[in-house]
Design a protein around this ligand. Structure first.
Ligand code: SF4
Ligand code: SF4
Length: 428
C-alpha cells in the first residue's frame, strides 16, 4: 500500500511540532513477554502518568471507534501509537489488526509502535512495513547481557520462560535484529534507553554508539521512575544533571529526544498538554461498546438459545446456533446450524469459528476465555449476555453498551452449573 505520510508531524520524533500536533495511545496490548524490574502495570489511575498504566483495554474495533471519537474532538492528533500497557508484539494479532483498521480508515495517519523488541520477528516487520507503520520505538537498556540480565526478572519466548544470562542473550539478539530489520524496511527507529543509576548509567553511551552503527534515527535516554512494589523501587531517579550529561555524550552518536513525557499506555493529546483526563470517560465508554470485528462479509449474528426468544445457553452447551440477520423490518432468524460435538478443546472452538464464518458476533449467556480468544481472533465478536435476543441483536448491529446487556434479566431455562467456569479452564 502506498501511503503519503508527513513524518514531520510526529511530535515525539520532531520536537519543533510538539506544540502543534499530538498523539493518541491505543491500549490494545495487555500482555507482556518480559518483566522489567522497574515496571508495575497494576496501577489504574488517571493521575498515574507513566508507561504501563492504562485505565482500560480496547479491542481493535473499539480502538478504531475510539480513534474516530478522539479525532472528532481533537483534530491536531496526527499519530496513533500502541505502547502497551504490555508489549505490542506479545499481542501481535491485536496490534496488527488495530494498525490495519487504522490504515484502512486513515491513509495519512502516522502509525507508531513502542516495543521491547523481543517479539518483533522478521515476519511482523514485513507486515508493519506493508501496513505503513512508519515509526517504531525499541527499548534497549543495555547491549551487554551481564547488564541486561539485571534489568529483567524473566523473558518469555512463546511458552518458554528464561531467566539470567540466557534470557538476556535472547532478548539482545532479538532487539538488535529488530533494529536492523526495521531500518532495512525503511522504518524510522527511536531507541528508548531507561537510565537506572548503578545498573546501566555507565553503559548508556555505549548503547547509543551501537544503535547509531545499526542505523537508528533517534535516541531517548529516559530517567527511570522508581515505581513502588518493583525490585528497583529504591533506586534513585537520575537527576537532571546526570541526564543532561548523558544526553550530551550520547549526542556524539545520535540525535537526542529531550522532550519525552514518559506517557501512559492510554495517553492522548499534545506531549506537553496531555488530555488523558479529558478523554477518560470517552475511553471507558468505548471499551464497553460492542463494536463488531468486521461487518464486511459477516451479515449474521449467531445466538445460543433454547427457544428463539431469549439468549439463555452457555456457549459450550449449545447444540445448535440460531443464525439471525437484520432486515428492513427488524430481525429475522435465517436458519439453525448444528454445533460441533463438545469435548475436543481448541479444535472444537476452531470448528465453531469456522461454522460461524459469516457471523459478526455470537450471543451466549457465558463462555470461557479460550473460546472467546479463538472466536475473537477469527473475527466473531463473543458477547456474553442474558435477556431478549432482540436486544442483543440491536446492540450488535447498531452499537451498544455491553455491560448493560450482561445479566440484565433473569434467564429463563438456563442450565445452572456445569460447562465452563468462565476462567478458561473448564471449557473443554
Ligand atoms: Fe510513539 Fe512513544 Fe510517541 Fe507514543 S509516545 S506516539 S509510542 S513515540
Ligand atoms: Fe513493563 Fe514495558 Fe517492561 Fe513489559 S516491556 S514489563 S510493559 S516496561
Amino acid at each position: 500500500m502506498t501511503v503519503t505520510i508527513n513524518f514531520e508531524q510526529h511530535p515525539c520524533f520532531n520536537a519543533k511540532v510538539k506544540g502543534q500536533f499530538g498523539r493518541v495511545h491505543l491500549p490494545v496490548a495487555p500482555r507482556c513477554n518480559v518483566q522489567c524490574n522497574y515496571c508495575n502495570r497494576k496501577y489504574d489511575c488517571v493521575n498515574e502518568s507513566r508507561p504501563g498504566v492504562t485505565s482500560t483495554i480496547l479491542s481493535p474495533p473499539q480502538a478504531l471507534y475510539y480513534m474516530e471519537r478522539v479525532l472528532e474532538k481533537e483534530p491536531r492528533i496526527t499519530v496513533a501509537g500502541i505502547a502497551g500497557p504490555g508489549d505490542p508484539f506479545a499481542n501481535p494479532e491485536e496490534t496488527l489488526s488495530t494498525m490495519r483498521l487504522l490504515r484502512e480508515k486513515y491513509p495519512n495517519l502516522i502509525l507508531c509502535l513502542a516495543t521491547n523488541g523481543l517479539g518483533l520477528r522478521p515476519e511482523y516487520i514485513q507486515e508493519i512495513a506493508e501496513i505503513g507503520v512508519s515509526h517504531v520505538t525499541v527499548t534497549i537498556n543495555a547491549i551487554d547481557p551481564e547488564i541486561t540480565r539485571q534489568v529483567y526478572r524473566w523473558i518469555r519466548d512463546d511458552k518458554t520462560v528464561y531467566r539470567g544470562r540466557k534470557g538476556a542473550e535472547l532478548l539482545l539478539e532479538r532487539q538488535l535484529n529488530a533494529v536492523k530489520g526495521l531500518k532495512a524496511a525503511g522504518v524510522v527507529v527511536k531507541i528508548n534507553c531507561i537510565v537506572m543509576p548503578g545498573i546501566n548509567d555507565h553503559h548508556v553511551v555505549e548503547v547509543a554508539r551501537t544503535m547509531a552503527e545499526l542505523g537508528a534515527d533517534l535516541f531517548n535516554a529516559m530517567a527511570m521512575y522508581p515505581t513502588p512494589d518493583t525490585p528497583f523501587e529504591d533506586i534513585q531517579e537520575p537527576d537532571s544533571l546526570m541526564m543532561a550529561k548523558l544526553r550530551k555524550e550520547c549526542e556524539q552518536y545520535l540525535p537526542q529526544m529531550r522532550h519525552c513525557t514518559r506517557c501512559r499506555a492510554d495517553a492522548v493529546g499534545l506531549l506537553g498538554a496531555d488530555q488523558s483526563e479529558e478523554f477518560h470517560g470517552c475511553l471507558i465508554a468505548c471499551s464497553k461498546k460492542i463494536v463488531p470485528l468486521e461487518s464486511k462479509n459477516r451479515p449474521y449474528v449467531a445466538v445460543a438459545s433454547y427457544e428463539g426468544v431469549l439468549v439463555n445457553q452457555h456457549l459450550g452447551q449449545a447444540e445448535q446456533f440460531q443464525i439471525w440477520e437484520k432486515t428492513d423490518s427488524g430481525f429475522k432468524m435465517v436458519e439453525e446450524r448444528i454445533a460441533p460435538a463438545p469435548g475436543t478443546g481448541f479444535e472444537r472452538w476452531q470448528k465453531v469459528a469456522d461454522l460461524l464464518h459469516d457471523c459478526r458476533a455470537v450471543l451466549a449467556t457465558s463462555m470461557g476465555d479460550n473460546p472467546k480468544e479463538i472466536l475473537s481472533k477469527c473475527g466473531v465478536l463473543p458477547v456474553e449476555m442474558s435477556g431478549f435476543i432482540q436486544e442483543g441483536l440491536q446492540a450488535v448491529y447498531d452499537g451498544g453498551d455491553l455491560t448493560k446487556l450482561k445479566g440484565k434479566r433473569p434467564v429463563v431455562g438456563a442450565v445452572k452449573g456445569g460447562g465452563c467456569s468462565g476462567d478458561g479452564l473448564g471449557c473443554g
